[in-house]
Design a protein around this ligand. Structure first.
Ligand SMILES: [Zn+2]
Ligand SMILES: [Zn+2]
Length: 285
């Protein structure tokens, strides 16, 4: 029977990362930590929510491949040997991940979606799946759309997806691993832990998924030598249950709209000579 939910891979990840985190723990942390049940819900429900979106992204990308891009280009890409395609696929996909991730941080409405991932305070391997389904889909657009549109082979893309699957568990894992001189080339757990840090100077840094050199190139790298990231999360309260986290961006957007509407009314009243009231924003959760 096909392992549709990825249970076999999850079991394998559990058998690898739980002892790995015990042996090389970056911080003392329990296996059965806060939010474990919520993460399980993310794992089992997100898979189904994301699947339909991924099919749509791949379908549109294939349409672009067949009817928009020059056939000479897509044929040349598809004819490249597998071993040449794989590193190019990783470079292109991670460039897509880098910019999608950076946009998710910069654009306020998109940050409401991505902040669900940053709500994790007890960072470990399983935190990798604590992600709003819309966030996963945006990342898939950034990574997969150019690959299918350009015509890379299914085998090369499948290899990238398999490697990325393990990379996401690894970079979130609570382990001391910084890759030494390679840390400015490849994304290590230490590099991504800083991305989740609640410290002000680490905010909006280290966006890459695989190639940390992209952060060096685009001026967003943060890897202090004498310090380690120790506290994680964001500076406002977030829901802790799965359904509340799923609803969070929609509630935040509605709240922002209400707040903008009331500001517009107050502005109108003050223009009409009525006293302006202090602005109040509605609670998000
Ligand atoms: Zn982020
Ligand atoms: Zn992360």
């Amino acid at each position: 029977m096909r392992d549709l939910l990825g249970l076999n891979q999850l079991l394998l990840a559990f058998l690898i990362f739980v002892p790995f985190e015990r042996l090389f723990a970056a911080r003392p942390q329990k296996i059965f930590r806060r939010g474990l049940l919520t993460d399980m819900a993310f794992l089992f429900i997100n898979t189904w929510l994301v699947m339909a979106g991924v099919i749509a992204i791949v379908t549109v990308a294939i349409l672009v491949n067949r009817s928009v891009l020059p056939a000479a280009l897509t044929r040349a890409v598809g004819d490249l040997p597998y071993l040449v395609q794989v590193p190019i696929v990783i470079l292109i996909a991670d460039l897509g991940i880098y910019w999608t991730h950076r946009i998710l941080h910069i654009v306020p409405a998109m940050w409401q979606i991505h902040s669900v991932h940053h709500a994790v305070e007890d960072l470990d391997w399983l935190a990798a799946i604590h992600q709003h389904p819309l966030d996963v889909l945006f990342m898939k657009v950034g990574a997969l759309f150019p690959l299918y549109a350009l015509g890379f082979s299914t085998e090369a893309i499948a290899t990238y997806l398999a490697v990325y699957f393990w990379q996401t568990w690894l970079v979130h894992a609570n382990v001391r691993l910084n890759y030494g001189p390679l840390r400015y080339i490849l994304v290590s757990p230490e590099f991504h832990h800083w991305h989740h840090s609640s410290e002000a100077e680490a905010r909006d840094k280290n966006f890459a998924g695989f190639i940390s050199f992209y952060d060096v190139l685009f001026g967003s790298v943060y890897l202090p030598k004498a310090k380690k990231a120790t506290t994680f999360g964001i500076d406002h309260p977030m829901p802790t249950r799965y359904l509340a986290l799923l609803a969070y961006p929609f509630i935040a957007w509605a709240s922002k709209r209400r707040s903008n509407n009331s500001s517009a009314v107050q502005h109108q009243l003050s223009n009409d000579g009525a006293p302006a009231q202090p602005r109040q924003s509605a609670p998000l959760s």
